[in-house]
Design a protein around this ligand. Structure first.
Ligand code: HEM
Length: 485
């Protein structure tokens, strides 16, 4: 009896394996036969590609691969059996078409970032009606009046940072880690403006440290080693990351509790809209969106600001030109100056924090300008880094920091400039980010001259960011501040 059952099971298993193999071989032959129809395959090998995508080299690897095969849209050797085709899109026009398509959405695997929020879904990682009502609910917080209010607080925090942190450093003749300083500054600012919460220095330290642990485990290791999600609990690093996610969630719960105790909460803030939105089932769902906003709302803006200051410190000529324009042009407020905006644009072009790109699953077929087919259901990596480093658009000096290039921006340059993505699931906070960047940069540059102490390096870890303990910047002189500030 046992023997018959075992035989039956073995027969079924063998039949199943044969079916899987047959489908796999059929798919492989099908794609092989139609190879010409699809974008060129990157000659990088599956393991090397997976390792490169999971490393800090990710956007540079994509750019080098595109340059080596001479096309901006190509396949990655990551398609297994009946899995989706992986296509890198470094063509801005096609990327905009994909982002604008209503049947195209973020892949469900982005839901793995729900681990950041301790398992609860956040709208930044979701699609469909769950995403829609939450996005719609929070959008009014980024209207121009709220952005002005939030920005005024961010600027006041910057002035406080200058007085209490920067000036004492200058007096002591010390340099500072610009990446770290900007993260602290923007985290304090977003807590106060978006959540009416005064975050303590201990909480700032905890949030940054624990978030790094969470991102490393869940966005990097677990993404490229999927078995970690199943067997993770056996690994100390995985258990530690779960604890870190819990600590971060607790901070979001504290923010919610503090809000509930406010006598007269400001209307229209992010927390106010989240708390009043009936679409949330409970505070755990609210905490997930708060965590996500807290993270994406400070990390991206802070690193953009850090890169801009670093580029200016490394390019004294551009720094001087910018400073002079701020002091000499009294027809406009500093944040409205073309020179300020061009400097930030150029920094976002050269080191776009979102450079690793957006992921989208195509809801229909797309065709590249070379006539190659990207079939519906493909996972596209819209590589903003490649678009912004395209010599045919930005010229031979595309790897140089040159804000003046935007004075005569071509339509192709504007088309390639997608730091906030586009379409329905673009960056909801871009008006706030732009306001903060345009106001804080002139505030610092008009008063201080920056030089680089330690050049450091760039890393890609979720976003492109300054590598740890680098980009130390010296403020060599405390210039007399202009009356306009
Ligand atoms: C320089 C600063 C910033 C950059 C470069 C940036 C970039 C981006 C990009 C490229 C996306 C789309 C991601 C994708 O396609 O998967 C995005 C989404 C998002 N951003 Fe930003 N962002 C910045 C600042 C902010 C700020 C200040 C906030 C809020 C306070 C914010 C909140 C969000 C949210 C909630 C989403 C998800 C939107 C959705 O799925 O509907 N971002 N951001």
């Amino acid at each position: 009896m046992l023997l018959i059952e075992l035989f039956a099971n073995w027969t079924r298993a063998a039949a199943f394996a044969a079916l899987v193999l047959a489908i796999g071989v059929y798919r492989w032959m099908h794609f092989k036969q139609c190879d010409e129809k699809f974008p060129t395959m990157a000659p990088t090998g599956t393991l090397k590609t997976m390792a490169a995508l999971a490393s800090g080299d990710n956007p540079w690897f994509i750019l080098r691969t595109a340059q080596s095969i001479g096309v901006s849209v190509f396949r990655l050797p990551l398609q297994f059996l009946w899995g989706p085709m992986f296509v890198v899109v470094g063509d801005a026009k096609l990327a905009r078409t994909i982002l604008a398509d209503k049947s195209t959405a973020k892949p469900d695997s982005i839901g793995s970032s729900d681990y950041i929020t301790n398992g609860a879904r956040s709208f930044a990682s979701a699609n469909g009606s769950f995403w829609h009502v939450r996005r719609k609910g929070v959008s009014p917080a980024f209207s121009s009046s709220h952005v002005q209010r939030m920005n005024a607080v961010a600027v006041a925090k910057c002035d406080k940072w200058i007085e209490e942190r920067l000036k004492p450093l200058i007096d002591e003749g010390k340099s500072f880690d610009v990446g770290n300083e900007m993260l602290d500054l923007l985290l304090v600012a977003i807590c106060e403006t978006a959540f009416e919460y005064t975050i303590s220095p201990m909480e700032v330290k905890m949030f940054k440290h624990e978030m790094e642990i969470v991102l490393l485990e869940f966005l990097f290791k677990a993404h490229f080693q999927p078995w970690r999600k199943v067997l993770g609990r056996l690994l100390p690093a995985h258990r530690r990351a779960r604890l870190a996610a819990k600590q971060i969630q607790n901070l979001s719960f504290r923010i919610i509790e503090a809000y509930k105790k406010l006598d007269n909460p400001t209307q229209g803030t992010i927390i106010n809209l989240v708390m009043c939105n009936q679409a949330y089932k409970n505070d755990a769902e609210r905490a997930a969106d708060i965590t996500m906003m807290l993270f994406v709302g400070h990390d991206t803006t802070a690193n953009t600001l850090a890169f801009t200051l670093k580029e200016l410190a490394q390019n004294p000529r551009h720094q001087e030109v910018l400073r002079r324009s701020i002091h000499e042009d009294d027809t406009q407020a500093p944040h409205q100056l073309e020179s300020v905006r061009n400097t930030i644009r150029e920094s976002m072009r050269l080191l776009p924090v979102s450079g690793a790109g957006s992921l989208r699953v195509t809801g229909k077929d797309f065709v590249t300008k070379e006539g190659k087919l990207i079939p519906a259901g493909s996972i596209t990596i819209l590589s903003y880094f490649s678009m912004l480093h395209d010599p045919s658009v930005f010229g031979k000096d595309y790897s140089q920091f040159n804000p003046a290039r935007w004075e005569k921006a071509t339509p192709e340059m504007n088309q390639a400039f997608l730091p906030f993505a586009a379409g329905r699931q673009n960056c909801v906070g871009q008006s706030l980010a732009n306001a903060e960047l345009n106001c804080i940069l002139p505030r610092i540059i008009s008063q201080f001259e920056l030089t680089v102490d330690e050049p450091g390096h760039c890393d890609c870890f979720f976003s492109i960011k300054p590598g740890k303990y680098c980009h130390n910047i010296n403020t060599v002189s405390d210039l007399a501040s202009s009356e306009r500030f």
